[in-house]
Design a protein around this ligand. Structure first.
Ligand SMILES: N[C@@H](CCC(=O)N[C@@H](CS)C(=O)NCC(=O)O)C(=O)O
Length: 282
């Protein structure tokens, strides 16, 4: 479980690093980014995971997410994994489409061929990467974790958050896919990675998990009302209804004029970090 440091740089009173390791889960090298605010020797800091959307690596949020000032202020470690396995021999969408295959792992453990060997982002985020962080980042306090994400990564944050009820004190999302069983991106991905049996999809559908009785301690969602993907793919209203129907505590905010981009995410990032920090320190 060794990691290679690809880069470190000082920023906002902390260290932004990018790392690589050989993943036993995906069978590939995986890279990820970690921002660690300066802290006293021996101090333990809570952790906020950020899962990225379609086409992204760790680099999109590192370059455009604007989380560092808020994480330094609140003393929160920020971890940004990749969105899929990559490298020689890793299968990709036959048409190299942006919404399946490389850059589009959908945070599932694939069971269908030829994806099952490498596309295991659920286990990677739930098991392998936390163990790696525990062993290599002495200041990371994994008793205090929160999770957020954008779009496909918002779906990842919601579903990993709901399934890992004891793991996260708070869950948030920016423009998440809330019901992948009921939108074209999700139907394509879940059919491809898991097969045609929709029963197998429920573990990866936030609204279905809420209907099955799973809950998170607290939920914050921001969604731009000028987001091109809102009506067809994201379907925020289904999450509003599922939270109301199931008594899930949630603040789901429609933000006027904002689109799907990092201009939107970076606008509300500091609020999300502060919101998580409050719950992580309570
Ligand atoms: N317009 C994009 C659709 C994918 C997309 O919007 N990806 C979002 C996440 S779902 C993203 O964060 N893209 C990278 C970026 O904006 O830096 C494309 O066709 O490649």
């Amino acid at each position: 479980m060794t990691i290679e440091t690809l880069s470190t740089v000082r920023s906002h009173g902390g260290t932004q690093g990018v790392y690589k390791h050989a993943s036993t889960t995906t069978g590939t090298d995986m890279s990820f980014a970690v921002f660690v605010p300066d802290h006293e020797d021996g101090a333990k800091l809570p952790v906020l995971w950020y899962l990225s959307g379609l086409t992204c690596t760790h680099a999109n949020v590192v370059e455009k997410g604007e989380y560092r000032a808020a994480c330094a202020e609140h003393g929160v470690i920020f971890i940004a994994p990749d969105t899929s396995p990559r490298g020689e021999g890793v299968p990709d969408d036959p048409d190299a489409a942006y919404d399946f295959g490389l850059g589009a792992g959908f945070y599932v453990d694939a069971t269908a061929e030829p994806w099952a060997k490498n596309y295991r982002m659920r286990s990677y985020i739930e098991d392998e990467l936390p163990s790696l962080i525990l062993r290599n980042f002495a200041s990371a306090d994994l008793k205090r974790q929160a999770i957020t994400g954008h779009s496909m990564g918002g779906h990842g944050a919601l579903t990993i958050g709901l399934r890992g009820q004891d793991r996260f004190r708070s869950v948030s999302a920016f423009s998440p896919i809330v019901a992948p069983s009921r939108c074209p991106w999700g139907e394509k991905a879940l059919t491809g990675y898991l097969g045609d049996d929709r029963e197998d999809w429920h573990a990866y559908d936030a609204c279905a998990l809420l209907d099955q009785g799973l809950r998170v301690p607290d939920l914050l969602v921001d969604q731009g009302d000028a987001d091109n993907f809102r009506a067809e793919q994201l379907k925020t209203e289904l999450l509003v209804e599922a939270c109301e129907r199931n008594g899930q505590k949630a603040d789901i905010r429609m933000q006027p004029g904002y689109d799907h981009s990092y201009y939107f995410i970076s606008t509300f990032m500091a609020e999300h970090v502060a919101w998580h920090a409050e719950r992580l320190k309570a």
